[in-house]
Ligand binder design. Structure first.
Ligand SMILES: NC(=O)c1ccc[n+]([C@@H]2O[C@H](COP(=O)([O-])OP(=O)(O)OC[C@H]3O[C@@H](n4cnc5c(N)ncnc54)[C@H](OP(=O)(O)O)[C@@H]3O)[C@@H](O)[C@H]2O)c1
Length: 276
């Protein structure tokens, strides 16, 4: 009974999840496959993925995340919800992941109250980063200096992800049976073709494509054993033996991301100057 919600469907990862699931609607998947795409802007989604308006399996939910009723309609009855709302920039004091976690739990708690025995707890497949896991990143091939630089370049993003995970873990303990959750913690992600993915609770590998990360998240969501990934941190790695090779343009993008992130870390006011 595959029925999925994607929060952040216009993002690198969210859009790849939408594409991956939409592709399944064209193969031999049961008719009941339903994909609910939550976005801030329907126009943006349709410009990135026009098929979202013609594929009968896709419903679009546009609005602010704070619209709990809209969010609740999107989450109603789903088997899995992909939480990919994120900040890629190192925005000082961002709380986007924490806000998403709180709002999703609030919407689910409201649904359970309304539905009682009919309530169907989904698994939340939460996009995070291997940098937030000492265990997964212990053997990722990066030096401790590189880890330190990375932590500073994405300090606000990672702090937000760590706190969001704490919030979800404590909500899950408090509201038993409301949801299951898996924290997806890939290493570096880049734009590249699908090469196949491997899920791992033992370690992460850099680089993996956004498309393969999406494939791994869909595999978690579709697991026939609902307990299989509950509470786990899972890395999605490229199935290619040496991961995805970095192109020159991706290398420049990465360098820009690091420099900008370091600037925002050490001089938070500069975010306004640079981003306006
Ligand atoms: N890049 C990497 O190497 C890498 C590696 C591991 C983990 N990660 C993690 O992946 C995440 C970034 O994922 P991504 O590249 O898919 O991000 P992205 O492309 O920037 O997408 C972010 C999504 O979140 C939505 N969003 C942002 N702020 C929102 C808000 N206030 N309300 C509602 N929606 C909002 C965006 O909507 P709009 O389109 O409307 O803006 C978009 O759909 C980060 O947490 C990062 O730590 C990244």
């Amino acid at each position: 009974m595959p029925n999925y919600a994607i929060l952040g469907s216009t993002g690198n990862v969210g859009l790849n999840i939408l594409r991956t699931l939409a592709d399944q609607t064209k193969s031999n998947t049961p008719d009941r496959l339903q994909i609910k795409a939550y976005v801030r802007s329907k126009d943006k989604l349709l410009s990135l993925y026009p098929e979202a308006s013609t594929n009968q399996h896709i419903s679009i939910f546009a609005g602010a995340l704070h619209d709990i009723d809209n969010l609740g309609r999107c989450l109603d009855g789903v088997d899995a919800a992909f939480l990919t709302v994120a900040s890629s920039d190192n925005i000082p004091n961002t709380t986007i992941a924490q806000d998403t976690a709180r709002l999703v739990v609030e919407a689910l708690a409201k649904l359970r109250k309304q539905q009682n025995d009919r309530y169907h707890p989904p698994i939340l497949v939460v996009l995070s980063s291997t940098s937030t896991s000492e265990y997964l990143s212990r053997n990722d091939g990066l030096s401790s200096f590189a880890h330190t630089v990375l932590w500073k370049a994405a300090s606000y993003v990672y702090e937000d992800l760590v706190l969001a995970e704490k919030i979800l873990r404590s909500y899950q303990a408090e509201h038993r049976g409301l949801f299951r959750m898996a924290f997806v913690k890939p290493g570096g992600l880049v734009v590249d073709a699908k090469q196949g993915h491997v899920l791992s609770t033992e370690g992460s590998k850099t680089f993996t494509s956004f498309a393969d990360c999406a494939g791994g998240m869909v595999e978690i969501a579709a697991s026939p054993d609902p307990e299989r990934w509950d509470g786990k941190e899972v890395s999605v790695n490229s199935a290619a033996p040496n991961g995805v090779a970095l192109t020159l343009s991706t290398g420049f993008t990465l360098m820009w991301f690091l420099l900008q992130g370091l600037l925002f870390h050490f001089v938070p006011q500069s975010y306004k100057w640079v981003k306006g």
